[in-house]
Ligand binder design. Structure first.
Ligand SMILES: [Zn+2]
Length: 84
């Protein structure tokens, strides 16, 4: 059950209430019957994680591409030592 936080625009009374998604949001302050507005706290931003799944699937698809193995190149011979 999600918790919704409200703040009264009339008396600044803040309160939290448990509501299901199907329930109508409150519009009336229990203290002064004034108009209340929903306050979105940081707790409600949990649904932001959907982007992770997108990145994850893209990552796994690229991982299936076989890595090209370049032929081992023979290093140039060491510089010839100058002999006088
Ligand atoms: Zn109020």
């Amino acid at each position: 059950m999600p918790t919704y936080q409200y703040a009264c625009t009339a008396c600044n009374h803040e309160f939290e209430t448990f509501q299901s998604f199907t329930e109508d949001s409150l519009t009336e302050c229990p203290e002064c019957k004034g108009e209340v507005k929903k306050v979105y706290s940081a707790v409600g931003v949990v649904f932001k994680g959907s982007g992770f799944y997108k990145t994850d699937s893209a990552k796994s698809s690229t991982a299936s591409v076989p890595a090209a193995t370049p032929a081992p190149s023979t290093p140039p011979p060491a510089a010839s030592t100058k002999s006088d």
